[in-house]
Design a binder for this molecule. Structure first.
Ligand code: IPE
Ligand code: IPE
Ligand code: MG
Length: 239
C-alpha cells in the first residue's frame, strides 16, 4: 500500500445480502447473518489499514417497509451481535450509533448507549453503525434540535454539522457500495457531499479485504478538486 492516499472516513452501504442468499437457494436471513460476519471482518481490515473512521449502513429508515419477518430476523441478529459489538471496546475502538434507535426495543437501546458511552474516550478506529438511519431524517432531526436550541436565526454549515449524528467525525472521503446498485439510498447525504463514490459488483457477504483495498486504490487514483482546479492549471494565471 505504498504511495496510497488513505481516506480518513469510509462509508459502506452493506448491500446484497438477500441476493447472496437467493443465489444459494437459502433464506434471506442467512444472507443477513453472513453479512453481519463480514461487518466485523471489515472493522478489522479498516483497523489494520490505519483508517480513522468507518461508517456502516446496517438498517435504513426505509427498511421498515420490508416484511415483518425479515425485520424481526435483522433485529434478532442485531441483538445477537451486541456482545461482539461491545467487545470492540477492548480494541481501543470508539463505537458510534447513527440514527434514531428509540424505534428498537429498550434492551437494545440501553446496550447500544452503553457501548457508545463505554468507548467514548477510546482513541483508535471510530466505527459508526447506522441503525434506523436516513440522511433526510438526520437533517430534519438536526433542524428540530436547532429550533429548540438556538435563539439566533442563522447558522453556518460548520455549526449545522455539529447537530448531525456524525458530529465530531470527519466528512466521508470514500463511499463504497457493493452489490452492483449505483445509488446512495439516503446514506450520509450531507457528509458525502464531496465523497468519492465506488460501486462494486461483489455482494456484501462476499466482500473481502482485497475489495476494500481495491476501493481504496481507486479512491487514491481520483483527482479530488473540491470545486477548484489542479496546481498545474493554476500556472496559467501566474504569468
Ligand atoms: C442489505 O442487504 C441489508 C439491509 C438492507 C438490511 P439487502 O437485504 O438489501 O440485500 P438485497 O439488496 O436484497 O440483495
Ligand atoms: C440500503 O440498502 C440500506 C442498507 C444497506 C442498510 P437497500 O437495499 O435498502 O437500498 P435500496 O432499496 O436498494 O435502495
Ligand atoms: Mg438491498
Amino acid at each position: 500500500m505504498d504511495n496510497i492516499i488513505l481516506p480518513r472516513h469510509i462509508g459502506i452501504i452493506m448491500d446484497g445480502n438477500g441476493r447472496w442468499a437467493k443465489k444459494r437457494l437459502l433464506p434471506r436471513s442467512i444472507g443477513h447473518a453472513r453479512g453481519s460476519k463480514v461487518f466485523f471482518d471489515c472493522i478489522d481490515y479498516c483497523r489494520d489499514l490505519g483508517i480513522e473512521a468507518v461508517s456502516f449502513y446496517a438498517f435504513s429508515t426505509e427498511n421498515w417497509i420490508r416484511p415483518q419477518k425479515e425485520i424481526d430476523a435483522i433485529i434478532s441478529l442485531l441483538r445477537d451481535n451486541l456482545v461482539k459489538i461491545s467487545k470492540q471496546a477492548q480494541k481501543n475502538t470508539r463505537v458510534r450509533i447513527l440514527g434514531d434507535i428509540s424505534a428498537f426495543d429498550a434492551d437494545i437501546v440501553s446496550q447500544l448507549k452503553e457501548v457508545e458511552e463505554k468507548t467514548a474516550n477510546n482513541t483508535g478506529l471510530i466505527v459508526a453503525v447506522a441503525l434506523n438511519y436516513g440522511g433526510r431524517a438526520e437533517i430534519i432531526n438536526a433542524i428540530n434540535n436547532i429550533i429548540k436550541d438556538k435563539s439566533n436565526d442563522s447558522i453556518t454549515e460548520e455549526e449545522f454539522s455539529k447537530y448531525l449524528y456524525t458530529s465530531d467525525m470527519p466528512e466521508v472521503d470514500l463511499l463504497i457500495r457493493p452489490s452492483g446498485e449505483k445509488r446512495i439510498s439516503n446514506f450520509l447525504i450531507w457528509q458525502s457531499a464531496y465523497a468519492e463514490l465506488v460501486f462494486m459488483d461483489v455482494l456484501w457477504p462476499d466482500f473481502k479485504k482485497k475489495h476494500l483495498i481495491e476501493a481504496i486504490k481507486e479512491f487514491s487514483s481520483r483527482n479530488r478538486r473540491f470545486g477548484g482546479i489542479n496546481e498545474e492549471d493554476i500556472k496559467e494565471y501566474k504569468e
